[in-house]
Design a protein around this ligand. Structure first.
Ligand code: GH3
Ligand code: MG
Ligand code: MG
Length: 344
């Protein structure tokens, strides 16, 4: 519960909203537990110290800024535009403080590159510069900088502006976090599945690794809902989500709520053999939950069917072909009698 105490100390509208919902719904423990989970994700965002990259070829000015900010933030430093771009690509910061006048590549060129790249275009940039003319300020802002601070700067003003912008960054991250969580099961949703799969797909192309995808679907779930009620069906989905998640051991393995009673699983760097075995373990684990389902023709318990597929993707391959393959295998698993895993 430490995260909840942490949240209470923060004045953040989203945290207040979560607290409000919790207070008003405290009659149902599941509901409170669900919001505790969301709060945990929110606390993760809030408790992570923001990272700032300071880019300046003038060591004195670099030192001044570091001295000012180091007790509040994690700082990276670059002394040229080129070095900054490399650091941003390998480890994107939350905010960039960018000098304009630098040899070889100036700050305007740096921001231009950042804004033309989808991976970096949303990182806020503040110019801190000795260029005082309105024309330069206008140029900096129109290139997409969020602020333009003139040297010699006033420390308290820099600190306040940095803090304001990082508050906005944090709110955006919170919204992104909340927008990626399925409301019922508390696991990532379909939107997150799509973006995670895209990321892993490109990584698999780059390093020529296996990537496996599986779709798990509850057997005769309509019958379950019709006979035991939708609320009980919802509780089954919550149990299944946490059971599948419990069986994924590696940090980059992912389970998400893919559709109504379907779960999408992404297993990067996993061969067909290993992925099949893991899904077989998951299928058994679900069976072992022993959730009674008298109306299932596959078993008298809740079971799942899983279809999966594995590839080492090529540059020109479309990621959706892998999901379609897994879907066809799921169809086969259903046709062959359900409560089984089929793999391609
Ligand atoms: P099959 O073995 O072929 O998959 O049969 P099925 O009955 O599971 O499949 P069908 O596609 O006919 O029905 C899926 C059911 O899943 C229908 C719907 O009531 C249920 N379902 C989908 N989303 C939810 C949900 O959020 N909560 C609950 N309780 N049920 C859901
Ligand atoms: Mg289905
Ligand atoms: Mg089903």
């Amino acid at each position: 519960m430490a995260h909840l105490k942490y949240l209470k100390k923060k004045s953040c509208p989203i945290c207040e909203m979560i607290e409000y919902i919790k207070m008003n719904e405290n009659s149902t423990p599941e509901f409170v537990e669900k919001f505790d989970q969301i709060a945990l994700n929110v606390a993760d965002v809030l408790s992570t110290k923001a990272r700032i990259l300071i880019v300046d070829d003038d060591r004195i000015s670099l030192k001044l800024l570091v001295g000012l900010l180091k007790q509040y933030y994690i700082l990276d430093q670059a002394e040229s535009g080129k070095q900054a771009l490399e650091m941003i690509a390998s480890n994107p910061p939350d905010l960039i403080l960018l000098d304009v006048m630098m040899p070889e590549m100036d700050g305007f060129q740096v921001i231009h590159q950042l804004k033309s790249n989808q991976q970096t275009q949303n990182i806020p940039v503040i110019f801190i510069t000795a260029l005082h003319s309105l024309r330069n300020e206008e140029a900096g802002l129109s290139l997409g900088a969020v602020d333009y601070i003139k040297k010699p700067f006033i420390p308290s003003i820099v600190l306040a502006r940095v803090r304001n912008i990082l508050t906005m960054v944090r709110h955006r991250k919170l919204l992104e976090t909340l927008a990626h969580i399925d409301g019922l099961t508390e696991i990532p949703n379909r939107r997150y599945f799509d973006s995670a799969l895209r990321r892993e797909w490109h990584r698999a192309i780059r390093y020529q690794n296996f990537i496996s995808v599986a779709i798990a679907d509850v057997d005769y779930f309509k019958q379950f809902n019709d006979n035991y009620g939708h609320a009980k069906g919802d509780r089954v989905l919550i149990s299944l989500a946490s059971e599948i998640r419990r069986n994924l051991k590696r940090p980059y393995d992912l389970v998400s709520r893919y559709g109504g009673e379907e779960f999408g699983i992404v297993l990067p760097k996993t061969s067909a053999d290993k992925a099949y075995q893991l899904c077989e373990t998951i299928r058994e684990a679900v069976e072992q939950l022993n959730i009674v389902h008298e109306f299932s023709s596959a078993s008298k318990k809740i079971t799942i069917s899983i279809g999966g597929a594995t590839v080492i993707p090529e540059q020109n391959m479309d990621m959706s072909t892998l999901v379609e393959k897994a879907d066809r295998q799921l169809f086969m698993a259903k046709n062959n009698g359900r409560n089984q895993v089929e793999w391609a």
